[in-house]
Design a protein around this ligand. Sequence first.
Ligand code: PLP
Length: 415
Amino acid sequence: MAGKSRVAGKMSVMDINEIRRKFPILDRKVEGRNLVYLDNTATSQTPHSVVSDISSLYEHTKANVHRGVHTLSQEATDLQERTREHVRRYINASSIEEVVFTRGTTEAINLVASSFGDRLRDGDEIVLTVMEHHANIVPWQLLQRHKDIRLRVVDIDSEGTLDLRQYRSLFNEHTRLVAFCHVSNVLGTVNPVREMTAFAKERGVPVLIDGAQASPHMKIDVRDLDCDFYAFSSHKMYGPTGVGVLYGRRELLESMPPYQGGGEMIKHVSFSGTTFADLPFKFEAGTPDFIDIAAFSKALDFIEETGIDNIAAHEERLLAYATERLERIPGLRIFGKAPHKSAVISFLVGDIHPYDLGMLLDKLGVAVRTGHHCAMPLMERFGIPGTVRASFAVYNTFEEVDAFVAALERVVSMF
Ligand code: PLP
């Protein structure tokens, strides 16, 4: 079933088996069975090209970046900066000054909350949505400990589509920022971020997009989106852990104070005053995760060689196939049925607790995520404690969907 004919994308034909061979972990057994890895929203697996690059860097090029005149340090610096340029190209940012390396999406959003948040005053308002990951809720709440700012929250309909009328109605003279996800990590909803951004920008309100769940699945063009900030994580893009990116519009980043203090982010330090480094280094205090940053470029190579349109087309087919098969299971409810949806399926079956389903599926070799998925307000919105979530990546196959559905049917029959 997973032959070439089943995975013919819009652009070209991909050989999924060839792609799978690039990911050694997919050969693993769990509980004596072939692993079926459907937890890609939490983190995706990493191809050998990235893993071998990391070992090679440790074995041949490890030296701290931006500090030494010696050869190894210069090589390590070049490799890190090569990734910065690669990321710039990948997201179509205007310059490398706009690409700040962080530990992940979470740190990128915290950076904006802390640094951009510095200019907010009592009475200011930030617009969020009810489908945000905690990473795009809690940093703003931390800001509320120091400032009397108000969070305005856009609701969704029963299918998981944002209420755009409400979104527009929440803007007023106090609105200072809007921050929303490009793709929901629970519902899979792909938000109309271009349209939402245009509406905010017409009113002079800066826009932060949490791109953690969009960047692995679709082309990101920050200039086309016209957003002010865009945050994403390498580990969800077939890349190493510990690396994220904050894209920031240059004028805004220039006007923002540093996020953390330390080495690398200064021009001159004395006890009578310190001047800060230019962008992007002003926001990169301390030794960065330079080896993983360097290797992130190989993950981008993988995505580019495979073709993001091919990846999206394959995942779309998997989503349609899995949805259709799951909907045949009596009592199964899917949360998130927006017309424009990414390859994530959150569901419950009858009143079976999601943890029970997840644990029993694991015994059959199927890795899914269970719980609130760091989106408690969304769970509250649906009046549920959590869901089971199956999410797909380019290396998943139709046979794996079959194995997952068969395992789920078996588990459900035990209750
Ligand atoms: N935002 C969304 C939509 C996410 O799905 C996640 C992680 O699942 C994050 C933010 C946080 O990403 P990280 O843990 O890589 O910082």
